[in-house]
Write a protein that binds this ligand. Structure first.
Ligand code: KIV
Length: 271
């Protein structure tokens, strides 16, 4: 047996993200897959294994069908593919709303089975007691307010929040409740810019915007959206890479070469 000591890998921690309030913008993307996560972590502070995986990778219409097992499977892949970034895994719909105790059981299952560094759950003031229960028992929690996709059936679709200024106080109160309960950061999704400013000013932890303007303390996008792999591009997404046509060309090239028998060639053949 080797006696050589290995230096333990140091991942970014939830408190380190929390400490970046108001500082250099926090960069984040989603990832569901070991190899893409390895690329993403070279440029990001944290990676979210989001429940958008259900829509992006499994063709679901919304995120309500995502299970704990699915989140764990993708969480494991992303943790295996990375060594430095904080990995945050989404708690899926139905796995935390019923009671703080059930939320704790499921959050600790996610952490034990994936070895991720934090979980994220959706909801404002009504989820504050659950967030407090988890944080007090050793589970770092990222909040998620504004447009909360797991509530799509209640909201009547994926609707930008805060178009009516009369709703702003409630959204700010949600953010404050989540932060007061101990969340180390809050995702603010799909809100108008002046509301994002109000929320960001109101909480002592970083706000991570998605469709919430440049006024947040950090940004997150769904990787496949910014790589051009989603046929429907929401307005808040900027497409940084057009992978769809690249994949199409590669698959077309392969199919043609199989059909004309030029693949496999000599280089790919065991003689
Ligand atoms: O599941 C997800 O991808 C998310 C982001 C939209 C923040 O929660």
């Amino acid at each position: 047996m080797s006696t050589e000591k290995k230096t333990p890998t140091r991942r970014i921690t939830a408190p380190q993200i929390a400490a970046r309030k108001g500082g250099q913008p926090i960069v984040s993307l989603t990832s569901y897959h070991a190899h893409t996560a390895a690329i993403v972590e070279r440029h990001c502070d944290f990676i979210l294994v989001g429940d958008s995986v259900g829509m992006v990778m499994h063709g679901m219409e919304n995120t309500t069908g995502v299970t704990l097992e699915l989140m764990i499977l993708h969480g494991q892949a992303v943790v295996r593919g990375t060594s430095r970034a904080l990995i945050v895994v989404d708690m899926p719909f139905g796995s935390y709303e019923e009671s703080p105790q059930i939320a704790f059981r499921n959050a600790t299952r996610i952490m034990k089975e994936t070895q991720c560094g934090a979980v994220k759950l959706e909801g404002g003031a009504p989820m504050a007691a659950t967030i407090r229960f988890l944080v007090d028992r050793g589970v770092p929690v990222m909040g998620h307010i504004g447009l909360t996709p797991q509530s799509t059936h209640v909201m009547g679709g994926f609707k930008t929040q805060g178009r009516d200024a009369a709703t702003w106080d409630a959204h700010v109160a949600d953010a404050v409740a989540v932060a007061d309960a101990g969340a180390f950061a809050v995702v603010v999704e799909g809100v108008v810019e002046p509301l994002a400013v109000r929320i960001t000013e109101a909480v002592p932890v970083p706000t991570i915007g998605i469709g919430a303007s440049a006024q947040c303390d950090g940004q997150i996008l769904v990787l496949e959206d910014m790589l051009g792999l989603n046929p429907w591009v929401p307005r808040f997404v900027k497409v940084y890479g057009d992978l769809g046509p690249m994949i199409e060309r590669a698959v077309e090239g392969y199919a043609g070469e199989v059909r004309d028998r030029s693949f496999p060639g000599e280089a790919q053949t065991y003689t």
